[in-house]
Design a protein around this ligand. Structure first.
Ligand code: FES
Length: 566
């Protein structure tokens, strides 16, 4: 629809060949819901809400949406909420990643199909915010992102626990025999105790920070805990802002630009953010025709230090970042590197926003640019004969002692093979080996699960080994840590070099040189390629077919080829 076209309920009328009748019919049905004529004449603010009984992170959304409605009504708009797909991270099979694009299609089409002048996107759990931003960017109706907010960590026997870095830490201890069955059950009840998204700088917190850095969420709202009253005030303010957007018609494509995406990349690096967020930001940017280059990422990463001391890279939780000054404190430190002229959803530029804010900061959590937590950015892209299209390492959460290594490959051909053999006493594995997982990429049939955090073989874990080089075409939870090379592209399932690795091959890793190489000759690789098994029969119908036919590799954000903007 043209940005200068009809407003409110008159938008996007069904065409019966009589526009006046179509509007009359729509109004009469809307009236059946009890709205007065005065309310129906107001600008319409849609509220795309993703509450679901299968999404623990969104369990506070009814209250949050009431607050959005309050804000819309107070500013003179008519709030109308509508459901979309929800993606509860741990409840989806084979993985939530497979359905991110389905949710993005749902969000885009429902924004476009229904009559709304602006929309508040209410999401939080890992894939929901990227899906909403992707959909809103493509629909290009004025939009503001309201985040769920993080869970609170909970005190437990002298320490604080929060999903889900601590889940992994205790599970690794349990596997190594350091925690009893009874204790791990007690811990299970104390890891995720409130509404909201994972408490650390995982994917959800990273995407919340990125939404704010892009300018799509209101200033200061990324880190407010889900259960804090400020979160409700942020919801009310987002509703008010949506009514303003309905008038100013500032669109996502004017906010998400090459420059704001670069700002978001800086923030991703400075917060030690999730590797998943790189895929999601690439997909969001692709919806407005902006490319994210992994080589550019490396340049930015060398210039942008890690400033935030949050788990899984550091010690604190997302609620601590909120108390320390929020994302604004990070943006102020990064200001010399940022494009401050980028518009934000409030109509202010990023620079105007930062100039208007207070400057208090807790230096335990957000370090100054001159005294960073780590001198270089959290992520680095690797290239080489094993990953011609690129691979990602979260160096801020890895062991630098393993960065310049050559290792012997111990190969698992699939996730099923991994689970069958990883703890076998007969597994031929040494602490300095490289664990390699094949067939866990976007087209593997597993839909790129967060399986890149391969468990340390239990016989090594029990002897005290805490980290090994692990390589795969899978993703990794943003709450995980270790020397883990992910997103290897092209993936095994499409015949990438990763598919050709065999037990005993030598692999060179050099983070300094940004390289990962398979030391096997061309003739031998050609022989192995010719012997690769035929690909599995692709799905014949439904969303699985759409996904398999169109999903792109990680460096293109795993979006569908036909959804990116040319
Ligand atoms: Fe929802 Fe982690 S499970 S954010």
């Amino acid at each position: 629809m043209s940005q200068d076209g009809p407003r409110g309920l008159a938008r996007g009328l069904t065409n019966y060949g009589d526009a006046d009748f179509a509007l009359y019919l729509r109004r009469s049905f809307a009236t059946s819901m009890g709205y007065s004529k005065a309310m129906l004449a107001r600008p319409v603010v849609g509220i795309a809400q993703s509450a679901s009984g299968f999404n623990n992170c969104h369990r506070h959304f009814p209250e949050l949406i009431d607050a959005v409605k309050r804000g819309v009504l107070a500013a003179g708009g008519l709030p109308i909420d509508f459901p979309t797909i929800s993606l509860g991270e741990v409840f989806l099979s084979p993985t939530s990643m497979m359905f991110r694009n389905l949710m993005a299609i749902d969000v885009e089409e429902m924004i476009r199909a229904q009559p709304m002048d602006a929309v508040v996107l209410v999401g939080g759990c890992d894939k929901t915010v990227p899906a909403q931003l992707m959909g809103a960017a493509s629909a290009d109706v004025p939009a503001v992102q309201l985040l769920a907010g993080p869970m609170m960590p909970m005190a437990y026997r002298g320490e604080r626990l929060g999903a889900c870095t601590d889940c992994r830490r205790f599970w690794a201890k349990y596997r190594a025999g350091g925690v009893t069955s009874e204790e791990i059950e007690r811990i299970e009840e104390n890891l995720a105790t409130t509404a909201g998204t994972c408490a650390v700088m995982g994917t959800a917190s990273t995407m919340a920070s990125i939404a704010e850095a892009l300018g799509m969420a209101l200033p200061g709202t990324a880190a407010i805990p889900a259960v804090h009253a400020d979160r409700l005030r942020a919801a009310e303010a987002s509703g008010r802002e949506a009514v303003v957007l309905a008038t100013t018609r500032l669109r996502p494509s004017q906010i998400i630009t090459q420059r704001s995406v670069e700002n978001a990349l800086r923030v991703l690096l400075a917060i030690g953010g999730s590797t998943n967020a790189l895929i999601h930001l690439t997909a969001v940017a692709g919806r407005v025709g902006v490319e994210v280059s992994l080589r550019r990422l490396n340049t930015l990463s060398d210039e942008t230090p890690v400033l935030v001391d949050l788990k899984p890279t550091g010690q604190h939780y997302m609620s601590d970042l909120n108390a320390a000054g929020g994302l604004g404190a990070v943006l102020r430190e990064l200001a010399p590197m940022l494009h401050l002229d980028c518009p934000t959803v409030t109509g202010q530029t990023l620079g105007q926003r930062l100039a208007a804010e207070g400057t208090w900061v807790d230096r335990d959590v957000v370090r100054p640019l001159a005294e960073p937590y780590q001198k270089v950015g959290g992520l680095v892209a690797l290239f080489g004969s094993l990953a011609p299209g690129g691979a990602i390492l979260k160096r801020s959460a890895a062991d630098p002692a393993l960065f310049e290594r050559e290792g012997r490959a111990v190969v698992f051909s699939s996730l099923d093979d991994l689970s069958a053999r990883i703890d076998s006493p007969d597994l031929d594995v040494r602490p300095d080996d490289f664990l390699v997982l094949q067939n866990a990429g976007p087209k593997s049939g597993y839909a790129m699960p967060e399986a890149g955090y391969l468990p340390i073989p239990s016989k090594l874990a029990r002897s005290g080994v805490k980290d090994m080089v692990r390589i795969s075409d899978a993703r990794m939870s943003g709450t995980a840590y270790g020397t883990i090379v992910l997103h290897v592209s092209p993936e095994s399932a499409v015949g990438g070099p990763l598919a050709l690795v065999e037990n005993g091959d030598r692999i060179h890793l050099s983070v300094n040189d940004r390289r990962i190489d398979l030391a096997v000759g061309d003739a031998e690789l050609a022989r192995r390629r010719a012997a690769l098994p035929r690909p599995a029969t692709p799905p014949a119908r439904g969303y699985a077919k759409l996904y398999m036919d169109h999903v792109l590799q990680a460096e293109h954000g795993c979006d569908f080829d036909f959804l990116r903007k040319a």
